[in-house]
Design a protein around this ligand. Structure first.
Ligand code: GLY
Ligand code: MN
Ligand code: MN
Length: 353
């Protein structure tokens, strides 16, 4: 299934791409703009800030680059293209277009029928090419290198904010061009919130410290989480940590083409429930990653789709207990012909720092 199948499946003769990640995916250009694609032409419309770079990258993929300005607006350019290509129906990204933009397009082009294409382009992004997989692998490797660099800095006396800054600096030093989401450092009781925002809390002896971080490498995101303990863990901390680790390893072990996201989620969830912590694992087991941090398919109780070679998924069970803290362990992997390849290699035994 490629882009061309969308024309027939959706009954459209033009496709307007407004989502920034779909724009990047199809054109190979990571700047701003929109795409207008017909069966016979691929057009990228942008402004003078991006024209040169867009020509260099999208040009290689067969896109003609059009520059809009006050005197030659996006609508002027589209009017010409629609007439040249005799377009009558346009597929638009109903999941990703601003309502105000939708109104402008439909008011401007009253004779054109606009049809929703839903997640048709996102679906193309689910199976990664070998080239994409290597970029994702490199992004995850940068995370591994950063984790190794910052391990000696996790000590009583450093704040969550400072540690988050060190992790981000280490990712940049190792080749990251940006971050795939705001770095999470959650220490002590803060770890009870899966997406805790790092603050001025100072790490102390006995704290679990959960670090969830990801970078962007050549447009592609990484995602990993490690939890360490400062000093000696209590028996309860060891039990919680080992339960999460057991759930993560069992879920990884089940990954292969043909299994549903739901069945893999259940394997991890059952282990956590049997240990008595079921109510403390509220989120799904994982998600896909690509140009954007949260992509399809998911590993979750609602995911009925089967995994296929080339899917990327995170495996990230956690236990979060108010007043106690939390543990999450997350790797990013690619599904292969007969199993999976783990793109992360940082240690997962409970590290006492
Ligand atoms: N912090 C983003 C994620 O792990 O999904
Ligand atoms: Mn994460
Ligand atoms: Mn994740």
């Amino acid at each position: 299934m490629g882009l061309n199948s969308i024309f027939d499946e959706k009954g459209v003769d033009g496709i307007l791409v407004t989502d920034e990640y779909n724009f990047h995916y199809l054109s190979g250009f990571g700047g701003e703009g929109i795409l207008f694609i017909t069966k016979d032409s691929k057009n990228l419309i942008t402004d003078s800030r991006y024209t040169i770079d867009a020509k260099a990258s999208a040009g290689k993929k067969g896109y003609e680059v059009w520059e809009y300005s006050r005197d030659n607006t996006v609508f002027d350019i589209l009017t010409d293209l629609i007439a040249q290509e005799n377009v009558k129906t346009i597929g638009f990204e109903d999941l990703n277009i601003k309502y105000s933009s939708y109104k402008k397009y439909t008011e401007k082009f009253r004779t054109i029928e606009f049809k929703e294409i839903g997640d048709a382009i996102e679906s193309l992004r689910m199976v990664k090419t070998d080239e994409e997989i290597e970029l994702l692998a490199m992004a995850e490797k940068i995370g591994d290198m950063a984790f190794k660099d910052i391990l000696p800095m996790i000590k009583p006396g450093i704040s969550e904010l400072s540690l988050a800054a060190e992790i981000e600096y280490a990712m940049k030093r190792n080749g990251a061009e940006g971050f795939s989401f705001d770095t999470i450092v959650a220490a002590g009781e803060g770890g009870a919130s899966p997406h805790h925002v790092p603050g001025e809390y100072i790490l102390k002896d006995g704290d679990f410290v959960t670090m969830d971080f990801g970078c962007i490498y050549k447009g592609y995101c990484s995602d990993m989480t490690r939890t360490v303990v400062i000093g000696k863990p209590t028996d309860e901390q060891v039990k919680v940590y080992n339960t999460v680790l057991k759930a993560q390893l069992a879920a990884l072990d089940a990954l292969k083409p043909g299994v549903t996201g739901k069945s893999v989620d259940k394997i991890a969830r059952d282990i956590i429930s049997e240990a008595g912590y079921g109510e403390y694992f509220g989120h799904g087991l994982g998600h896909s990653v690509g140009l954007f941090i949260h992509e399809e398919p998911r590993l979750s109780p609602a995911e009925n789709r089967e995994l296929a070679p080339g899917n990327i998924v995170t495996v990230e069970p956690g236990i979060y207990i108010e007043g106690f803290g939390g543990v999450r362990i997350e790797d990013m992997v690619v599904i292969t012909k007969d199993g999976y390849r783990n793109l992360a290699s940082s240690p997962k035994e409970l590290l006492e720092v």
